[in-house]
Design a protein around this ligand. Structure first.
Ligand code: AMP
Ligand code: GLY
Length: 436
């Protein structure tokens, strides 16, 4: 099989790394890829939003399968373009990707199909937003409707922050048309966890749940980021809750989308809050998670290309579940000081060799220039490890983290702490490092 992976982050590096392990995949291409990806795939300089060029390239090379990493090309309709040309591609169509592309659409959809989520009010002006915030007693979250590169959400904490956010939205128009509408949403308390499935539009198979650490600093302090670390199993999500999430959220979502005439195929990601009233959806993503994918790929035993091709053909066949290694996997993300706000680019990155097949470093913003590794993004690398227990996986990942060196490097020192606290709490049942 000849496979094209669209994207340039550590998530796409992890996908290419996994594809490479199976003899069914003979050739891997990545667009545009990164320095790490170039060790396992041929990188072609086409941007992720250049849909026509990507389709031309896939057509010319008679690509057997294309896997799309980021949300942007999906919301722009890359799948529709490939399907029009008869090219197999893994991901949802533009209409289906609106689950991520429009928070107002997804909120209305969840309401219609009784999928548990936070109450919310859709607002089109600053006055409406202020009135809605009052209705929630200011215990609320503001969300820009469209894609906003992770910057479009504010958990309301202080009047000053809120004024600044609303000024950015309405006066400075920083989010453009993405903020024509905003959601004012009830604040939910609980534990966050990521839940993903692959689906051909009918059959829905869960991926191993993963826990993502979104805040920039230790103790879940600081601003939200794309994700500073992850582990799988999620630990905070037991088998019973996972079954409840499938029954009350994932299956009704896929069925609802079919009823809407927007059949959903690919990976569906639900960011969940495990509240005292049960799991509720914070957001949908129409793609693999980052950094969740990095730990999931370390645990996946199945042939990823085969699964994705089946989905691209619209039929998972008799596949009943995906198989996962019993071991745990952990990921620590190295970022540049200043991330997620302003950060310098262009630093040279050094990576010391690692002689342990259970430790893998996935490159994020690293490119090769004149034989040197140069960083060009906020998140630079995902240092990942597998271990018999989560503690072992975390210990190995942390031991390897200093092997990636660049100016201004920082990483959280407490990835996994929520899980380890949970495990050490006496009297909780159904929690095990070893279950998916
Ligand atoms: P989202 O992009 O909607 O997932 O929001 C980004 C982050 O904001 C989430 O990962 C949560 O940490 C936080 N968040 C979003 N919605 C809520 C909510 N309703 N209650 C509490 N926290 C939330
Ligand atoms: N880790 C969060 C995301 O992929 O959106």
């Amino acid at each position: 099989m000849r496979v094209l992976v669209v994207g340039q982050g550590a998530r796409e590096h992890a996908i290419c790394w996994k594809l490479k392990q199976f003899p069914s995949v003979k050739e891997i291409y990545a667009a545009p890829g990164n320095a790490g990806i170039s060790a396992v795939a041929d990188c072609v300089p086409i941007g992720v939003a250049d849909i026509i060029e990507l389709a031309d390239f896939a057509e010319k090379l008679k690509m057997d399968l294309t896997i799309v990493g980021p949300e942007l090309p999906l919301t722009l309709g890359i799948v529709d373009e490939f399907q029009k040309r008869g090219l197999p591609i893994f991901g949802p169509t533009r209409l289906a990707a609106e689950l991520e592309g429009s928070k107002v659409f997804s909120k209305e959809f969840m309401r219609k199909y009784a999928i548990p989520t936070a109450n919310a009010i859709s607002c089109s002006s600053i006055d409406e937003a202020k009135k809605a915030m009052k209705e929630f007693g200011y215990s609320c979250v503001l969300k820009v409707d469209g894609l906003a590169a992770g910057k479009g959400v504010l958990v309301v904490n202080s009047a000053k922050e809120t004024e600044d956010f609303l000024r950015m939205v309405y006066d400075e128009k920083k989010f453009g048309t993405a903020a024509n509408r905003i959601l004012v949403e009830e604040f939910l308390r609980g534990e966050e966890v990521s839940f993903m499935v692959v689906t051909d539009g009918k059959k829905v198979l869960p991926l191993a749940p993963a826990k993502d650490y979104k805040k920039a600093f230790d103790g879940d302090a600081g601003p939200n980021t794309g994700g500073m670390g992850a582990h799988s199993p999620a630990v905070v999500l037991g088998a019973e809750t996972a079954a409840e999430v499938m029954r009350t959220i994932m299956l009704p979502t896929v069925q609802g989308m079919e009823t809407e005439g927007r059949p959903y195929t690919g990976v569906l990601y639900a960011g969940l809050m495990l509240t005292a009233d049960g799991p509720k959806v914070l957001e949908y993503n129409c793609r693999f998670g980052d950094p969740e994918t990095q730990v999931q790929m370390l645990r996946l035993e199945d042939d990823l290309a085969d699964i994705c091709l089946k989905v691209a053909r619209g039929n998972l066949g008799d596949l009943k579940s995906l198989t996962w290694r019993k071991e745990a996997a952990a990921c620590v993300v190295l970022a540049v000081e200043g991330y997620p706000d302003d950060f310098p680019k262009g630093q040279e990155v050094a990576i010391d060799p690692i002689d342990d097949e259970s430790v893998v470093i996935f490159h994020a913003g690293i490119v090769k220039r004149d034989g040197k590794l140069i960083n060009q993004a906020g998140r630079v690398a995902s240092v990942c490890a597998r271990g018999a227990t989560l503690t072992e996986a975390l210990t190995k990942a942390y031991a390897a983290a200093p092997k990636v060196r660049f100016q201004g490097a920082f990483y959280r020192r407490d990835i996994g702490y929520r899980a380890l606290e949970t495990v050490q709490t006496p009297g909780r049942s159904g929690i095990s490092f070893r279950s998916a």
